[in-house]
Design a protein. Structure first.
Length: 91
């Protein structure tokens, strides 16, 4: 079973109003590449125009982006509030 299938069993309750991760405006590209390569959910992407497309909705709350670029690229990194966010399912 591949990773996408495994990730597909997780459920997300997305806080639509309050992103729990916010990326700085005009992020440094070489730093950004680290996140693009490292996020296990593939949430950091470049558009055809070369700008960042980031969707916090599928976040696994693994903290990788925070460890790598928390001080340089992320304006905010918090766990989603209450019962919002990822709900892991195993199987
Ligand atoms: Fe991706 Fe993990 Fe950062 Fe969420 S916490 S955006 S899954 S690297």
């Amino acid at each position: 079973v591949n990773v996408d299938v495994k990730l597909g069993v997780n459920k997300f309750r997305v806080d639509e109003e309050n992103p729990h991760i916010v990326v700085v405006k005009n992020p440094d590209m070489s730093e950004l590449k680290k996140l693009i390569n490292a996020c296990p959910a593939g949430l950091y992407k470049l558009t055809d125009e070369g700008t960042l497309q980031f969707d916090y909705a599928g976040c696994l709350e693994c903290g990788t982006c925070r460890v790598l670029c928390g001080n340089t690229l992320l304006e905010k990194w918090e766990y989603p509030q209450g019962t919002l966010g990822v709900e892991y399912r195993y199987g």
